[in-house]
Design a binder for this molecule. Structure first.
Ligand code: ATP
Ligand code: MG
Ligand code: MG
Ligand code: MG
Length: 440
């Protein structure tokens, strides 16, 4: 993309309504525009990052054997009357009437609808196990939408639902989700710690939330500092291997780590030596639940087992806050000049800064660099505007691309360009070809 033809409405002023750094930077970098409280347009740069996060989530869910589908944003109220949640859900639910005065709602989550799909099409234990998921917009009429996309009213969520014959099978689905979430967050350059949590309005027995440690987090958390040394890394995993998934769960959840809802001071002190006890703030970026037959029983989602008996299926639901993740990643990765995107989610792989637009040699070198990077399958952003070098650097720092290639007449006389890492600030002079090879 050439910046002169792109739509990147960066703001010079720091927006006064934004209280936390990720919100400020998303506004300043021209990623989002608020349309109403907690409702945003995703401008091109923000949309690109959102799509990359979504892509990682899709890849990791499908790697775990989970199947994508797409349910609508609007749901009939009758489904929620069947589960008893239409009244119970309260003011967070946006209720709508159509022209025939039928009650609809903008889905805050999809347990009822997926259970309806399941009961309509599945009737034998032979069709299990089954996990279906989608990535779809949700609406929750949050009492206090704030912090930009972190607590929106309309927000993008991946929600997945497992259907299993037995408790044991459902726990395997739970563990599979835990593993796939660890992989997903790490690919986004994040450490998200599974913590024991309370189940809330979805209702459930076993549940973990995934928290990114950050001062601006809305949750208070307590944990054993050893937990921050754990990495999933690129270890091989067989998602059908029950023992292997179980071992990952044990590795990542055996140390004390809880949100304030479930925190137990006495247990914390008994289990964790004083020097390893930490209390901090965290951002909830996902949650996994096992809730058994809570929906399958009232809604009649049953299968016939191998003895010919009709039994309700064991279910769980598993969510990732796709749009909230942009805020969480920026909270975890920025400096005073702007965002620092992890490679896994960056909107462009590298920025090319032409120090002297209109100079024949500099223009030609930038054009050839731009083509060479694209030929390698990379997505560069070429700042070809007639702007001062300082302004171009400031824009690149603000939007946070991991690499900047600076091209100017002086370097070109010596056959070099400059490659700069956004994260370390370190620069290196090398030939344009070598720079391309480095990034490819
Ligand atoms: P919170 O405690 O922050 O209100 P939640 O526990 O109500 O979140 P879940 O029902 O667990 O949310 O939904 C799954 C994920 O969706 C959450 O872990 C979070 O990352 C994301 N999410 C929930 N509410 C919002 C929101 N208002 N804006 C953006 N993302 C959200
Ligand atoms: Mg909530
Ligand atoms: Mg929560
Ligand atoms: Mg939650």
């Amino acid at each position: 993309m050439r910046l002169s033809r792109y739509f990147l409405p960066v703001l010079k002023e720091t927006p006064s309504e934004a209280q936390i750094v990720s919100h400020r930077l998303m506004l300043r970098a021209g990623m989002i525009r608020q349309q109403a409280a907690g409702i945003y347009s995703w401008l091109p740069l923000g949309f690109k990052v959102l799509r990359r996060i979504e892509q990682i989530v899709h890849e990791e869910q499908q790697r775990a054997g989970h199947i994508p589908l797409l349910m609508p944003t609007l749901q009939p109220a009758d489904l929620w009357r069947e589960s008893g949640r239409y009244e119970a859900y309260g003011e967070e639910m946006l209720r709508i009437k159509d022209r025939h005065k039928r009650d609809l709602l903008y889905g805050p989550t999809n347990e009822e609808m997926i259970t309806d799909i399941f009961r309509s099409h599945v009737s034998s234990y032979k069709d299990l196990p089954l996990t279906l998921y989608h990535i779809q917009w949700k609406f929750r009429d949050e009492i206090r939408p704030r912090f930009g996309v972190m607590r929106g009213r309309e927000f993008l969520m991946k929600d997945g639902y497992n259907f299993d014959l037995t408790y044991e099978d459902a726990m395997h689905a739970y563990n599979r989700h835990l593993v796939s979430y660890l992989r997903s967050y790490e690919r986004m350059g994040l450490q998200a710690i599974p913590m024991r949590a309370e189940s809330g309005p979805i209702g459930g027995d076993d549940t973990h939330e995934f928290l990114v440690l950050a001062e601006t987090g809305e949750s208070e958390v307590f944990y054993d500092s050893e937990i921050t040394d754990l990495r999933f890394g690129d270890r091989a995993i067989d998602y059908d291997d029950v023992a292997q998934c179980r071992a990952v769960l044990e590795e990542f959840t055996s140390r004390y780590a809880r949100t304030d809802d479930t925190h137990d001071a006495a247990a914390f002190e008994a289990q964790v030596p004083e020097e390893r006890r930490r209390s901090a703030r965290g951002i909830e970026v996902g949650q996994i639940f096992y809730f058994g037959t809570k929906y399958s029983e009232p809604m009649g989602a049953t299968v016939v087992n191998d003895k010919g008996e009709r039994v309700p299926v064991h279910m769980g639901s598993h969510g990732i806050g796709v749009s909230r993740l942009l805020g969480a990643i920026i909270e975890a990765s920025h400096d005073e000049n702007g965002i620092i995107w992890p490679e896994g989610v960056t909107p462009f792989h590298a920025g090319i800064v032409n120090l002297k637009q209109g100079d024949g040699a500099a223009d030609a070198a930038c054009e050839s660099l731009y083509s060479a990077l694209k030929a390698k399958g990379l997505d560069p952003l070429y700042d070809d505007r007639e702007e001062r070098a300082g302004a171009k650097f400031a824009t690149m720092d603000l939007i946070g691309l991991p690499w900047r290639i600076t091209v100017g007449p002086r370097g070109l006389k010596n056959g070099v360009v400059e490659l700069t890492s956004r994260r370390t600030g370190e620069s290196e002079e090398l030939s344009a070809d070598a720079a391309v090879d480095r990034l490819a």
